[in-house]
Write a protein of this length. Structure first.
Length: 479
């Protein structure tokens, strides 16, 4: 591509593409950054400039770009078939991956908590070595993105109670500041007013409980003297309305899209206890937190919590191809079984469900987790990151630095004392990330929160560089 052709490409981007979560008016005349190549923790634009990938290509990349084993697994699968369907047929990678996911989830989340009137199921006849245990998650329903994984979880939870004869259980409980995707069902359980409010008239609203966001506590309290009043409020809502609630949907440990809001210790476990005692299902939306992001394979592990349904996507293929999985217990699955003419079928399925290329990539990614001991070698990087983030709190416009594993949110404020936020029209977050880009780092803000979400495979040296660039960018823009 010569210089002119690159220019034409930029112009065509402006002319033809409507970018997600983007005010397109701002972009007229702006040079789009076009990424052509990637390697390890780096991305290369069409002009040959390399950047560190500070958001893992929107929270999906795990082992780095152009990871040999994943590249090869996809190529190998491509030599057999690109796509066939799971509607009425099956394919080897989808089958192998389902077994692997179930085994992984059950060995990671080994603590069963079933709603009280759902006795644990007897162990499977042939459990294999997957650690299938009483009440473990045992069925995989595939789709192709996080939002659909959530839609599937919601529909399954609702339909489960219908078949159990609890016809009144038609509502969902979700948290303020929650994010579960952009399709209408997922928006209904969303709680970020900036994204979700306008769709009010066309969504099914959910019951809300307060966000466990300590820096700006909705209840006006301070942690830990509040003794987790937000969890008590959650219990209050649930115990009052459990007859009409099918499930709680929650982002375990980290409300990511709202600005990497980290739940206080014990909150998730409390939520599990309250769901169990009040006989409502717990849906863990691990779309962002799954596959190592919080320092554990799944965020629920942090508090030894096992959900009834789990939604997985983003990191599942190592960040290569669109794939998602919704896992449920045998107990839930069994309720859908019946004679053909009863039509208890789960009437849901996306065209590319269980795509063999994506499943092959996911299998390769899980193998790397094992072979490279990804989670183990991550621990040192997490503590190093923690150290490197300490100086940020001294910056005059950093209100709070939040970190859970490899998820970091740095909240910028106009006034540190009063916690007064920058008005969104100041575009402080955007200014900071553009400054970082000049330095060779690609990140993306969430409003006034600067997010750092590196590939798990990043080296200590690259991590150092990344954090330093963020520090300098914030300092230069805000001071
Ligand atoms: C990103 C995300 C989703 C939506 O996933 P998509 O693949 O973008 O549809 C759902 N839930 C959580 C927690 C997410 O972070």
């Amino acid at each position: 591509m010569n210089f002119l052709q690159k220019n034409i490409l930029e112009e065509k981007d402006n002319r033809y593409i409507w970018h997600p979560f983007t005010q397109m008016k701002d972009r007229t005349g702006e040079r789009p950054l076009i990424i052509e190549e990637g390697r390890g923790s780096f991305l290369k634009d069409i002009y040959g400039r390399w950047y560190l990938d500070g958001v893992s290509s929107l929270w999906v990349n795990v082992h780095g770009h152009r990871k040999k084993e994943i590249d090869e697994a996809i190529k190998k699968q491509l030599d057999k078939i690109g796509h066939s369907t799971l509607l009425g047929l099956s394919n080897p990678p989808a089958i192998e991956l389902a077994e692997r996911l179930i085994s992984l989830v059950n060995s990671s989340l080994s603590n069963p908590h079933l709603p009280t009137d759902n006795p644990p199921i007897p162990p499977l006849e042939k459990g294999g070595e997957g650690g299938f245990e009483k009440g473990g998650l045992s069925k995989v329903f595939y789709s192709d993105n996080g939002s659909t994984a959530v839609e599937i979880a919601l529909k399954i939870a609702f339909q489960y109670w219908q078949y159990k004869g609890k016809m009144e259980k038609t509502k969902f409980l979700s948290l303020t500041n929650g994010y579960h995707g952009d399709t209408l069902g997922a928006v209904g359980v969303g709680g970020i007013s900036l994204f979700h409010e306008i769709y009010g008239p066309i969504i099914i609203p959910s019951i809300k409980a307060p966000s466990p966001y300590c820096y700006r506590c909705e209840l006006g309290l301070t942690h830990p003297s509040c003794v987790m009043e937000c969890a008590k409020e959650l219990e209050g809502v649930i115990s009052k309305r459990n007859h009409e609630i099918a499930a709680l949907i929650i982002e375990p440990m980290v409300q990511a899209a709202a600005g990497i809001l980290i739940s206080p210790p014990g909150y998730l476990k409390e939520a599990r206890r309250v769901c169990t005692e009040n006989n409502i299902l717990m849906i863990a939306d691990e779309v962002a937190t799954g596959f190592g992001r919080t320092g554990k394979m799944f965020a629920c592990e942090n508090e030894d919590v096992r959900p009834d349904i789990i939604a997985l996507a983003k990191g599942i293929t190592g960040g290569y191809l669109p794939l998602a999985a919704t896992l449920t217990t045998e107990e839930i699955f069994n309720v859908f079984l019946g004679e053909y003419q009863e039509f208890k079928t789960f009437f849901h399925g996306h065209t590319y469900t269980g795509n063999p290329l994506a499943c092959a990539a996911a299998l390769a990614s899980l193998e790397i987790f094992e072979k490279d001991k990804t989670i183990e070698s991550l621990q040192g990087k997490i503590s190093s990151l923690e150290d490197k983030l300490k100086p940020f709190t001294e910056l005059s416009h950093v209100g709070e630095v939040r970190q859970k594993g490899f998820m970091v949110g740095i909240e910028l404020v106009k006034d540190k004392k009063t916690k007064k936020p920058y008005p969104l029209e100041d575009k402080m977050g955007i200014k900071v990330i553009l400054k970082a880009r000049e330095k060779g780092l690609i990140i993306r803000p969430l409003g006034n929160v600067i997010v750092i979400m590196p590939p798990l495979s990043i080296s200590l040296e690259e991590l150092d560089k990344m954090v330093e660039m963020v520090h300098r960018a914030i300092k230069e823009v805000t001071e």
